[in-house]
Design a protein around this ligand. Structure first.
Ligand code: CTP
Length: 207
């Protein structure tokens, strides 16, 4: 999965996040290059999907959940999408007219797709989660995700650093698995995808 959902507020407005889809598209391209049959469940990315990959548009968190759970038999899930954690309650079907008053939105939690995939994970299936977070405390939260979410591999990237992560060409990540932690220094998202999928191949062989 790649990109970031847009959760409607009304007919024209949405709540979104800064994900460009670039990391997930690089992973899809690299998986394709290695001979995998790739389905890219893609939310509103600004980067064109790679050739030869089946693209399934999934503009909201609910669409992502439906399309990903429909493919629960996949050998590997790589959850690069920044799926929305919250969506506006009761989006309006028309366009809300402007007035001079403040407008208060209520957000409700979405379902955690990664957790649901983790609950259903079968032996030999690889589940890769991402943890976009900030600083040493963020890395600690990524360790907790590895412990709690039944994913085999978590990819931590520090979104508080400039020049990497959201909207950037480069990334700099820490790979966390039961085997330990590996720091992948700053490099293009294409080369970061190579490192992540090397790790995935190792996990597939180890299983
Ligand atoms: N994710 C998901 N479903 C959501 C939100 C996130 O599957 N509704 C996935 C993302 O694709 C990513 C991972 O979960 O691979 C981490 O997302 P993140 O938002 O960083 O995690 P949190 O939701 O903050 O983690 P936690 O639930 O542990 O608080």
């Amino acid at each position: 999965s790649a990109g970031g959902p847009r959760e409607p507020i009304d007919l024209v407005r949405y709540v979104g996040n800064r994900s460009s889809g670039r990391m997930g598209v690089a992973l899809a391209a690299e998986a394709k290059r290695r001979g995998a049959e790739v389905v890219l469940v893609y939310a509103n990315g600004s980067v064109p999907p790679p050739a030869g990959v089946e693209v399934v548009p999934a503009p909201t968190a609910a669409d992502m959940k439906r399309e990903l759970l429909a493919r629960v038999d996949a050998d590997v899930f790589v959850m690069a999408a920044a799926i929305a954690d919250y969506r506006p309650s009761n989006p309006e079907t028309g366009k809300r007219p402007k007035d001079r008053e403040p407008w208060t939105l209520t957000l409700e939690p979405t379902d955690d797709v990664l957790a649901e995939l983790g609950e259903r994970r079968r032996n030999g299936q690889i589940l890769v989660g991402f943890a976009a977070d900030a600083g040493e405390a963020g890395l600690e939260r990524a360790r907790q995700k590895l412990a709690n979410k039944r994913g085999n591999l978590f990819v931590f990237n520090d979104v508080s650093q400039s020049g990497i992560g959201f909207e950037a060409e480069d990334n700099e990540v820490v790979l966390l698995s039961a085997a330990g932690e590996r720091e992948i220094g700053r490099r293009s998202k294409g080369d970061t995808a190579v490192a992540i999928l090397d790790e995935v191949e190792g996990l597939l062989e180890g299983d």
